[in-house]
Design a protein around this ligand. Structure first.
Ligand SMILES: Nc1ncnc2c1ncn2[C@@H]1O[C@H](COP(=O)(O)OP(=O)(O)OP(=O)(O)O)[C@@H](O)[C@H]1O
Ligand SMILES: [Mg+2]
Length: 203
């Protein structure tokens, strides 16, 4: 596809949204058409799914149901937002994607990673990002200050430690498609490192 697909991954509070905003502004200034989006939730169907998976009132959702809900969000998001934008030659900058689903729904929930990846790939038609930026932060620093935690955020320190290390595993398996940065370093330095890498991928 003619566009460029960049994803920001990392734990809760790692600085994804901060860097996403900065990257998008820089790309737009350089004259690129940019679509800024996120998972779960950035479609009409997805917004409902997001409420279901994140709201504490959903209670005890079985990990299989949780994975299927995330998969449905991704299927709709790729169909409605990501693929059309890439086909039109735009730069898509997405806050979380398939790696989050594998890290949280497989590593976090102790489910089989190959099965969850299979489900995610089926949902997205195996659409792989050109670049995934992983912002790595120690779990206690990311969630330390936050109080009103959602269902995922309140899943416990062990859960988040498994999620964190799984992102790093994924990145180490395909370094050409990943950039791993320390999420709590200087914001400008992180921004510059992301730009430098994205620049090499732009048409
Ligand atoms: N490099 C940084 N160093 C210190 N603090 C940061 C840095 N980047 C962002 N922050 C702050 O950390 C908090 C979380 O940042 P941000 O919302 O960008 O993270 P996020 O990964 O999108 O979080 P969430 O998972 O909750 O969406 C914010 O208060 C933000 O201002
Ligand atoms: Mg965010």
């Amino acid at each position: 596809m003619p566009g460029l697909f960049v994803v920001l991954e990392g734990g809760d509070g790692a600085g994804k949204s901060t860097q996403l905003t900065r990257l998008a502004a820089w790309l737009r200034e350089a004259g690129h058409e940019v679509v800024v989006t996120y998972e779960p939730g950035d479609t009409r169907l997805g917004a409902t799914i997001r409420t279901l998976v994140l709201d504490q009132s959903s209670g005890d959702i079985t990990p299989r149901a949780e994975a299927l809900l995330y998969a449905a969000d991704k299927a709709q998001h790729v169909y409605e937002v990501v693929r059309p934008a890439l086909e039109a030659g735009k730069v898509v900058v997405c806050d979380r994607y398939v790696d989050s689903m594998i890290a949280y729904q497989a590593a976090g929930r102790s489910q089989d990673a190959d099965e969850i990846r299979g489900l995610a790939d089926w949902a997205t038609g195996a659409l792989v990002p050109d670049l995934t930026v992983v912002l790595d932060v120690p779990v206690e620093r990311a969630l330390g200050e936050k109080t009103d935690l959602d269902r995922m955020e309140s899943a416990g320190a062990d859960f988040h430690a498994r999620v964190r290390s799984y992102f790093l595993d994924l990145a180490s398996q395909a370094p050409a498609r990943y950039l791993v940065l320390q999420g709590r370093e200087d914001r400008d330095a992180i921004e510059a490192a992301i730009r430098a890498r994205v620049e090499t991928l732009l048409p």
